[in-house]
Ligand binder design. Structure first.
Ligand SMILES: [Zn+2]
Length: 307
């Protein structure tokens, strides 16, 4: 006979297992249910969206400045399969007098800096899908997100409840035959984190700049949300138009990962309505005669929304 206490123990174990395995999924039906638990997922400023060159407001905006992107990331560094994605995690401020990488410029709040918080990926089971944003109708096989917190807010919890709390860089990947050597510190370690909650420390040195596209001068920027629950509408998105190369072999290394039930892939959210939002495109004008006015955009006068 099982004692009352043991019933409680068994019940608790079952319950903890159910809630810890997965609180959200990516099937059409599951995505539809996100908003039941996370109300914000039904909001008007959601991401990802379909980006279009034609429909964007093209301006010579200030450059995006990246500080510490050429430095090796601090050890310890770890790579984790969390069941929804692969994330690269950093120890912050471990080294005295050494700051974490941060960004500013573009259409980010003037005089504010946004500090690195983490990095993860979204990818498809097949090559014709995987990126969260689309660009001129194209869905790339993978998209990387580099998350930064506005340092005006002390913690992620505070940043997530403010419209200017986060800045996320979106980077598309495009398939090619040859391996991308810069991705190897990550891709070659994927077999070691095949199963959910597997984590491995990376002993190799890696810089953020090595994961960026060649052209970082051209980007789209708009106000949106986290693309996973709780879907917080706190993100200034900065999405580079030029993709980073990845080989077919490296792409397939992502597709051997498990989410606990199935292959971890197609972990991208469906496109959300743009609504009244403006998308700005930073593209410098090549024409010499206009060179002198191109840095004169008064950023503070720009509005994120159509009236
Ligand atoms: Zn993401």
């Amino acid at each position: 006979m099982i004692k009352k206490e043991n019933y409680f123990l068994i019940f608790s174990l079952l319950f903890v297992r159910t809630v810890s395995v997965s609180s959200f999924g990516y099937s059409k039906r599951q995505q539809h249910m996100w908003s039941q638990e996370f109300k914000k997922c039904d909001g008007n400023l959601q991401s990802p969206i379909a980006l279009s060159t034609k429909k964007s407001v093209r301006l010579p905006l200030p450059a995006l400045e990246m500080n510490g992107y050429h430095d090796f990331l601090f050890q310890p560094l770890s790579l984790k399969n969390n069941g929804h994605s692969v994330s690269l995690n950093f120890e912050k401020n471990k080294i005295k007098n050494k700051r974490s990488p941060f960004i500013f410029g573009g259409l980010l709040n003037i005089n504010q800096e946004y500090e690195l918080e983490g990095l993860h990926f979204h990818w498809g089971r097949k090559n014709d899908r995987g990126s969260e944003h689309s660009l001129n109708g194209v869905r790339y096989p993978m998209e990387m997100h580099i998350i930064h917190r506005n340092m005006a807010y002390p913690k992620m919890e505070n940043a997530m409840v403010n419209v200017d709390g986060l800045a996320v860089l979106g980077i598309f990947f495009q398939l090619q035959d040859n391996d991308n050597e810069n991705l190897k510190p990550l891709s070659q370690n994927l077999p070691s984190i095949r199963w959910i909650d597997n984590q491995i420390s990376l002993n190799t040195s890696i810089t953020l700049s090595s994961l960026l596209p060649n052209d970082i001068d051209t980007f789209y920027t708009y106000r949106g949300s986290l693309t996973t629950p709780p879907c917080s509408e706190a993100v200034t998105w900065i999405i580079f138009s030029t993709p980073v190369p990845i080989s077919f072999r490296q792409m397939n290394q992502f597709r051997i990962l498990s989410n606990g039930e199935d292959i971890l892939a197609d972990n991208y959210r469906k496109l959300q309505k743009l609504g009244k939002r403006k998308v700005y495109l930073r593209k410098l004008i090549q024409n010499y005669s206009s060179y002198y006015n191109q840095f004169d955009v008064n950023v503070t006068s720009l509005d994120w929304y159509w009236q």
